[in-house]
Design a protein around this ligand. Structure first.
Ligand SMILES: Cc1cc2nc3c(=O)[nH]c(=O)nc-3n(C[C@H](O)[C@H](O)[C@H](O)COP(=O)(O)OP(=O)(O)OC[C@H]3O[C@@H](n4cnc5c(N)ncnc54)[C@H](O)[C@@H]3O)c2cc1C
Length: 454
């Protein structure tokens, strides 16, 4: 009898210990996620960029499977026992959370775009309210390489159909279509244009093609869903390395000798008798139609300090391994700046400083926070908080740190302070957004004119 009681007591203790330790770690995680949510709301980070996870609170069981499945790590958290979007701006739309949810409580999508000032209103052909101006790819709100390729291709096919059925005609001096951006959407539109015999030009602000893919870290695995790339065929591997995808695009760019204008940013478009004039940083182009495939990440934000035009100043780190025994300054306090600083600090002989205008890092992933603290503690990265760059010179950088001027010996400066979003350009063109629908509806007794295509 006493033996049985001992066994039962031991078993109960074991169960109690297991449940108790799970409960403690669950509560700890929840407290952390609650603090992250508060900080994210303060910084406006919980708002999504494009599509994002919708969590049905009545079905969520708070099991964290969605959090563990997210490749970005910190988009979701558990608050009040339920999954919540915390760092919505980092959602890349892969929807692994929805797949992992055991009770089907998550859907990833754009939701009701009425009221959203960052989702342009498109018809089913992806044409904006400005006739002849179309939007393809992430700029329309949906991310993922597959969506970009699909939309770029279908938009160009749609324009080609107009010519094929005689509803449209080519005009001398005008290309049939100007494609702005050489990411997957722009490249797919260009290949579809070649396939359908449209005249076209691709205008890309960077020095190379690939768009966001080009910016991924080296050897990043890109999760891809099956998609038909014009003049190539089906891409059906579930994963490609960044390098593989770029190589594939490069082969197509060469093979079809695509008409690309690199290093040229489109500044504005204005309508003409036959279509549009696109003014760029290098001149102008005339086009019957325009496909805007600029993505949503915008143009790198500049500091606007003397010396920023020196060739040692960069806005992204493409390959940290190329920098050794260098004196480097990274500017910024987000994940990109912190990841760049750590990546560069881990190369032999580099001396890396990070300058941030605030008094600590506020809006970075938990994992990055821990890693950068460790790098700073070990002297691998020197952090200058509450500092601003005053000027960049050949061999030095001058900074202001409170009242003090700090002069650093320097070979390279990486400025990673975010991007200027593409929406002002669209508004300048006259393109309407989701929030315009709300205004239209309230002027119209609550009836919205139409909803955008998904
Ligand atoms: C970290 C990260 C990881 C991701 N991982 C995946 C993944 O695993 N799988 C997946 O499917 N998707 C992933 N995505 C999303 C995917 O990369 C994007 O959805 C896709 O690249 C969007 O393609 P796009 O052609 O619409 O735009 P982008 O790829 O952003 O290309 C837009 C191009 O337009 C150019 N441009 C912008 N403005 C102008 C202008 N005014 N004039 C001229 N050119 C201009 C830009 O320089 C850029 O080259 C990820 C995104 C990020 C940020």
């Amino acid at each position: 009898m006493a033996e049985a009681a001992l066994i039962w007591g031991g078993a109960a203790l074991m169960v109690g210990l297991i449940v108790g330790s799970y409960w403690i770690s669950f509560r700890r995680r929840e407290r952390l996620d609650h603090a992250r949510l508060e900080e994210a709301v303060e910084l406006g980070l919980q708002r999504p960029v494009g599509q994002f996870p919708y969590i049905d609170a009545s079905r969520c069981i708070g099991c964290s499977a969605c959090i563990d499945a997210c490749p970005e790590g910190d988009v979701l958290g558990i608050v009040g026992g339920l999954a919540k979007v915390i760092n919505g701006v980092r959602c890349i739309g892969i929807a692994s959370c929805a797949t992992a949810c055991p009770v089907g409580a998550i859907e990833v999508g754009l939701g009701d775009v009425r009221g959203r000032a960052d989702i342009p209103v498109l018809n089913e052909d992806r044409e904006t309210n400005v006739p002849g101006i179309f939007i393809a790819g992430e700029l329309g709100g949906l991310s993922l390489v597959r969506n970009a390729v699909d939309q770029g291709r279908d938009t160009a096919y749609g324009i080609a159909e107009g010519y094929a059925c005689g509803g449209d005609v080519s005009v001398p001096g005008y290309v049939d279509v100007a494609i702005v951006g050489a990411g997957p959407a722009g490249l797919s539109a260009a290949l579809a244009s070649v396939e359908k015999g449209l005249s076209y030009v691709v205008i890309e602000q960077q020095a190379d093609f690939g768009g966001t893919i080009y910016q991924y870290p080296r050897r990043k695995l890109v999760h891809t869903q099956p998609v038909d790339l014009p003049l190539h065929g089906r891409l059906d591997k579930p994963e490609h390395s960044k390098e593989e995808l770029l190589e594939l695009f490069e082969g197509l760019v060469r093979r079809y000798d695509l008409a690309m204008r690199f290093g040229e940013r489109v500044l504005e478009t204005e309508s003409t008798e036959h279509g549009y004039r696109l003014r760029t940083t290098a001149g102008e182009h005339f086009a019957r139609h325009v496909i805007l495939a600029t993505g949503r990440r915008g143009t790198p934000r500049k500091l606007g300090v003397p010396g920023e035009d020196l060739s040692k100043v960069m806005y992204q780190v493409r390959d940290a391994e190329l920098y050794r025994k260098q004196r480097i300054l990274c500017v910024g306090g987000g994940d990109s700046a912190v990841e760049a600083a750590m990546g560069l600090a881990n190369q032999p002989g580099n001396e890396v400083t990070i300058s941030y205008r605030k008094d600590r890092f506020y809006r970075i992933k938990r994992k990055n926070q821990e890693r950068i603290e460790e790098h700073i503690r070990r002297g691998l990265v020197k952090a200058l908080f509450s500092s601003t760059v005053v000027s960049i010179e050949g061999q030095v950088v001058r900074l202001r740190c409170g009242e003090e001027e700090v002069v650093l010996d320097n070979d390279w400066v990486f400025i990673m302070i975010g991007g200027v979003p593409p929406f002002p350009l669209l508004r300048k063109i006259g393109i309407r957004f989701g929030d315009d629908l709300v205004v239209a509806a309230s002027n119209n007794g609550g009836n919205t004119a139409h909803s955008p295509a998904p």
